[in-house]
Design a protein around this ligand. Structure first.
Ligand SMILES: C[S@@+](CC[C@H](N)C(=O)[O-])C[C@H]1O[C@@H](n2cnc3c(N)ncnc32)[C@H](O)[C@@H]1O
Length: 250
């Protein structure tokens, strides 16, 4: 990790700025909302079980937790202070009592820690900073907790070359080619499709599944309300024209 990244991390940790730690603070709301609207657009219901890998300060976790039934939101986050700060400042202890979320604070992507098969797994902003060995470990751990209909949504930063360092980069990003992402996906016994969904930082969305998933992944993408990715944060990003008109009146 560069000295600049280390200085940034030390400053944000010492300020306890749990919002800034996960990204630009003026995108905290919309970034979480885009994650929530993607999974619900892909069919997430309150009865589904979810694993949020690298949940950070519950930017989207606070929305999922509210939506899902008690005990159905599980999350991994090594920086436990982010979760504690989010409970204190964003959701309150009552939400934790009512919704019984489960947290694991290790760095080893131990999805099996929860002993459950998840309907939805999310890793937003994780592969965008991770070295290849972490991505491969995360994919194979996730695969062990996926059933025939499970979906694993993840973001990554597209590049011309593959980052081949061994360090986690933060807040700098690690970039990968589509070719390498496909190789790593297949290495974990999964397959993926590109998901045309907005991301405020210009990251790409992919949906991973077991090869035998029914219904097919192409149908899944066709069912999304918006097929045009948008890299700029704007009110209404990701909405179809008719929905935007209905909600925003323009
Ligand atoms: C860019 S933030 C995204 C947080 C959250 N997913 C969101 O969208 O707000 C990346 C998160 O990954 C976490 N992280 C770092 N190493 C990790 C690991 N080995 N396993 C799981 N999460 C990790 C970081 O602590 C940080 O909270």
């Amino acid at each position: 990790m560069s000295e600049k990244d280390q200085r940034w991390l030390a400053t944000v940790r010492s300020k306890g700025d749990y919002r800034e730690f996960v990204g630009p603070t003026d995108e905290y709301d919309v970034n979480g909302a885009l994650q929530f609207s993607l999974l619900t657009s892909l069919g997430m219901r309150e009865s589904h079980l979810m694993l949020d890998i690298g949940c950070g300060s519950l930017r989207s976790g606070r929305l999922f937790m509210m939506y899902l039934r008690p005990g159905h939101y599980c999350a991994i986050e090594p920086e436990s202070w982010l979760v504690e700060a989010a409970i204190q400042n964003e959701i309150g202890a009552d939400m934790v009592r009512l919704k019984s979320p489960a947290f694991y604070h290790g760095r080893d992507f131990s999805c099996r820690y929860f002993g459950r098969t998840f309907d939805f797994i999310l890793a937003q902003g994780v592969f965008t900073h991770a070295p290849q060995q972490d991505i491969m470990l995360c994919m194979s751990e996730a695969a062990a907790c996926m059933g025939k209909t499970s979906l694993f949504l993840a973001t990554f930063m597209e590049g011309d070359h593959d980052y081949d360092g061994r360090d986690w980069l933060y807040p700098s990003v690690s970039r990968y080619t589509w070719r390498r992402i496909r190789q790593m996906t297949e290495g974990a016994g999964l397959r993926h499709v590109s998901i045309p969904w907005s991301h405020p930082r210009g990251a790409k969305w992919i949906a991973l599944s077991r090869p035998e998933r029914e219904p097919g992944m192409r149908d899944l993408v066709g069912g999304l309300p918006s097929r045009r990715p948008c890299s700029r944060v704007a009110l209404g990003t990701g909405l179809t024209t008719s929905l935007r008109r209905r909600i925003l009146g323009r």
